[in-house]
Design a protein around this ligand. Structure first.
Ligand code: AMP
Ligand code: ZN
Length: 139
């Protein structure tokens, strides 16, 4: 098993585990962006969000929901930023889906999700909406 997150889930390599559930596990990021930076992973090796089963998605996001408040409170945060690098081109470095929770406070110097994009928009909203509805198989 070469996936580092599978190995953490299996207990083969150490991690600071904060929650264990039947289908999902949470542990501290080893290179935290702030105190309390947590990663939540499904126990199953699933590379990206698109490949999660409905049950896997339920388990993953149930644990995200359960942890968001305690992670914020434990570190005296005022809010959290919750994010997923979904696919290598987005910056995902470990191909086992993981949700980041990072505690935030006013004036912490970090940006918002909006600040990671240079805003590259070329199409009108109705055109984009139609393309996504078509890909979804709805009208
Ligand atoms: P991403 O760029 O979204 O794929 O994030 C991967 C994250 O995994 C990074 O924030 C790393 O610091 C973190 N990471 C890598 N190896 C470990 C490890 N052994 N234990 C905990 N976190 C890790
Ligand atoms: Zn894995």
């Amino acid at each position: 098993m070469s996936c580092i997150f599978c190995r953490i889930v299996a207990g083969e390599i150490p991690a600071e585990i904060v929650a264990r559930e039947a289908d999902a596990v949470a542990f501290l990021d080893v290179q935290p962006l702030a105190d309390g930076h947590v990663l939540i992973v499904p126990r199953a090796h699933v590379p990206t969000i698109e490949e999660l089963t409905p049950a896997g998605a339920d388990a993953l996001f149930r644990l995200v929901t359960r942890l968001a408040g305690p992670v914020r409170e434990a570190l005296g945060g005022e809010a959290t930023t919750i994010g997923i690098n979904n696919g290598e081109a987005s910056g995902q470095t470990i191909p086992h889906v993981h949700v980041h929770i990072v505690p935030r406070r006013r004036g912490d110097g970090a940006g918002t999700i909006h600040t990671i994009f240079p805003r590259d928009v070329r199409q009108k909203l109705p055109q984009v909406g139609a393309a996504i509805r078509k890909a979804l198989g709805s009208s």
